[in-house]
Design a protein around this ligand. Sequence first.
Ligand code: TMP
Length: 217
Amino acid sequence: MKRGRFITLEGLDGAGKSTSLEAVQGFLANRGVDVLVTREPGGTPLAEKVRGLLLDTQEETVDPMAETLLLFAARAQHVGAVIEPALARGQWVVSDRFTDATRAYQGGGRGVDGQAIEALACLVHPGLEPDLTFYLDVPVHQARRRIGGGDLFEEREAAHLDRFERERASFHERVRAAYRAIARSAPRVRTIDASLPEDEVARRIVSMLGPFVEEYR
Ligand code: TMP
């Protein structure tokens, strides 16, 4: 059995990943590819519970290393129970975020040491990195407008936002800078201009997927 391919979508909150994810899933299914769509943090019952803990807008300030370890705990479960078995049985896995999000949010955003993140990545998913990553790049102000959070939004307006979305614009600027640095250094990453209308973004992603599918066959 030929091992499946691992594709990830990354970007700021409000970059428009959902529409693109649907387009990728539809395109692969049309080409007869057996595809499993999943997300991080989450993807298993345990990892979804950890997601709840991480996104909850709680009183307590979460220590950045505790946050990082929770993300990797959820990822260990996700990789072991879902991602690896699917790839081994020949399914393609499309994940809404993976370790690049930790590199960008915890490394770039929170300032967690990059070497510590890479050490955890080696421990949790040795030898596993996505085969292809779409990074949806969008200016922070545009992403924040899409999720309904202004630059200095009021508490009342932020009620629907999760713990990451509530972070200040400067946090999201650091996350974006980290994503762009990853995209420059990792050849598996394709940067998509996500300031374009969502259907155009999806069209561009799908046009890059065609050759990738053909190459696999
Ligand atoms: P989502 O809204 O795209 O599903 O992602 C949930 C939030 O979790 C998003 O704000 C980014 C954050 N996150 C991290 O900070 N680090 C990670 O490793 C992952 C996977 C997500």
